[in-house]
Design a protein around this ligand. Structure first.
Ligand SMILES: [Fe+2]
Length: 283
């Protein structure tokens, strides 16, 4: 039987109605993965999942990955917050206010993440998503043809440069440690479908005049940010949300960083390369 599904917008996001046991059993994992690919985001209201439940759900959908800064024990649960009591990664989270996909520096960016709120800000703090498959599908034919051969250089400096206007030497060293990664502008997925691989890390188009490249990246960002491709998730305690990191961009809407807002996240290992296998270039 098809899942009981509600679409909050025509092109992106899907609410599914499933009880706790059904969700955790993995019986619907294949259907959920299919909906994820087409809608980018799947969420369940009133699930009230513990951290253990988040791991169980994530484990039905793929392989759980370990995250964390080098030199610190890597963990499967990431606490997304500016509250230093709960995370040593807070300085990285400023980047969450800009549109991005996770893991541009990896050959296989994470497949998906599962997210649940633990503390919410009194106002703001929605998590927003762009369906980059839909954004590609709607491109005019001549743009599709032009974009297909283009390569984009991604840097951590570009991501953080959007929010840190006066970085320290230490920050610059840290960001530059990620290198410059060259990826196709258009992600050719193993399914045959294509999405726009744009992110806050998209620094310049390779072999293009820099001013022209800046204009083009700005045009693509404007294209992707059209309201018809965006779903803004207004969090309620008890929600569980899953997003497909390979066919979306995401960001947090502004909120009071002193509010203690905290989301718990479990992430799935990447399954397919963004660049053709073995061809991801690093400068
Ligand atoms: Fe992210």
């Amino acid at each position: 039987m098809a899942l009981d599904t509600i679409y909050p917008t025509p092109r992106v996001g899907a609410q599914i109605k499933l009880g706790r046991e059904e969700l955790l059993s993995g019986r619907h994992a294949g259907e959920i993965r299919d909906i994820l690919e087409y809608r980018g985001v799947v969420y369940i209201r009133g699930a009230d999942f513990s951290d253990e439940d988040l791991h169980t759900l994530a484990g039905t959908l793929g392989e759980i990955r370990l995250d964390g800064k080098d030199g610190v024990k890597k963990e499967s649960l990431m606490k997304v917050t500016f509250d230093k009591k709960h995370s040593h990664l807070t300085e990285y989270f400023l980047g969450t206010f800009t549109w991005h996909f996770d893991g541009f520096w990896e050959e296989r960016p994470p497949r998906a993440s599962v997210l649940a709120p633990r503390v919410l800000a009194p106002t703001g703090g929605e998590t927003e998503f762009i369906n980059t498959y839909a954004a590609y599908d709607d491109l005019p034919a001549d743009r599709k043809q032009f974009f297909d051969g283009l390569m984009t250089a991604h840097t951590m400096e570009r991501t953080h440069g959007r929010v840190y206007k006066e970085p320290t030497e230490e920050q610059l060293r840290d960001w530059r440690g990620y290198g410059v990664k060259i990826h196709p502008l258009i992600w050719q997925h193993q399914s045959g479908r294509k999405s726009i691989a744009l992110s806050s890390s998209s620094h310049y188009i390779v072999d293009m005049d820099r001013a022209e490249s800046d204009d083009l990246l700005a045009w693509i960002a404007d294209w992707c940010e059209q309201p018809k491709f965006v779903y803004s998730h207004d969090w309620q305690m008890g929600d569980v949300l899953i997003w497909d990191n390979t066919g979306t961009m995401h960001r947090a809407a502004p909120y009071d960083m002193e509010s203690g807002r905290r989301l718990h996240r479990v992430t799935l290992v990447g399954e397919e390369p963004l660049s053709p296998v073995g061809q991801m270039a690093s400068l």
